[in-house]
Write a protein of this length. Sequence first.
Length: 523
Amino acid sequence: MLKEPTPGWPNPDELRRDMEEFFSRKYGDKVRLGVLSTQPDQARTADEGTEPEEAPVDLQFEYLPRDIKNYLDRFVIQQDNAKKVLATAICDHYNHIKRCSDRGECREEYSKQNIIMLGPTGVGKTYLVRKVADLIGVPFVKGDATKFSETGYVGGDVEDLVRELVHKADGNIRLAEYGIIYLDEVDKIAAPSNFMGRDVSGGGVQRGLLKLMEETEVSLRTPFDLTSQLQAAMEFQSKGKVSRSVINTRHILFIVSGAFTGLSEIVRKRMGMRSIGFRAGWAAAPKNEDYLPLAKSSDFIDFGFESEFVGRLPVVVSCAELEIEDLFQILKHSEGSIMRQYVQAFEAYGIELNLSDEGLHRLAEKAYLERTGARGLVGVCERTFREFKYRLPHSGVRKIALTADMVDSPSQVLERLVAESRTDQRANLVQSAQEIVAQWSKRFSIEIELSPEAAELLAEKALDSDRKLEDVFAETFKNYEHGLKLIRKTREMHRFDITPDVIRDPDGTLDRWIRAYYINSPS
């Protein structure tokens, strides 16, 4: 049951809370109310044919293709050709936008440089695009093509990607219209040529993307979003009409990518036995990835894409598979290296992690066997350092070195480090125990002697319990202060030896000392 309505029309927050409560009781967490993140004063509207004035976005783009490539070189190892093609296409696209902005309007014909990126997983496709967006300062949205379906079927709507740009731009519609949409796993929506029946995930999504990649206006209020409908109802109630907030996709750059498994075979078949640029007498046969840069529109059509869809993606960027040396260079030189994360993680515990070429190369060798490109580095590093991060903060180890042994046998190296540290800690604690006993002797004016074996036992107790030696000593001899005050009154008992037996049974020892005091005390 909904809450009792308040007099008059409820405000949006109250209505939203009531609807959330209703859906929560009826459907649990299976249905949620979406939130439309827009700022009405910035949104372009199409209301009665009028369009309010909107402050233009000052897009500062002064880069040359080489500037963009040099920037990408700091983060992505290898892929030189891919970075050159990507940098050139980015400059063409945003220089065109800049010319249009300078003139106030753009009437010239221009074929947008939408991009299709090819290459196996983990070679840096997403990272390249994300870094380009960071450099330019435009919003960036990444989506997975497999979660979308043709409008009207189960799944997401491709227009949601455009709406997400507005969210990433903090509601700034104009800035969102210069953003980048990156759609991964696009090879999964290729429709097989022999498929019969209605396609709800392949061709339908391609057709949905067609209009977005050219120029269209996307409503920021999705027709299937209950929150949007409530907002529209409230606006109609207050103004007597409903404005239509839209975003134009003319200048949004679309970049799609995928592994495109099987595309190289299509290219190879088309080319037959002809050379693909290798010099005569080349000993090794070309690998599958060597054919990807030669893919043409006809190859993508044979792969399962519609010709109109392929026609909207004129720029082809091919990324090569990463070798062991590439992975090593990523770990050592990339500004986005995962090793920086682990160095900082150990620094948080006061532990210095020193990296060696030998250790980094061994990590690269193991990651290469994962066959997931740079993503394999994360898994290998986590398996190597997991126990070190858990146990070393509680130990006395303050410096470790990444070696090949650590990568090959992390457990054995960890145990050795902890054992060596424990030996050093024990020696320091033994010395500290003697200093504590000397303070007690001075405090109670009684000569107290701590045997080396007893000092070792106190040090072990401190190490085993992971507590300070002062706390262990205070707990062990918590009842001794009053007893020693009594004992020091007699001359016959002016010296006490603390042996391992005393440490093991402190209360029993104190009891025996007290009885001896009363026996020897003059009446």
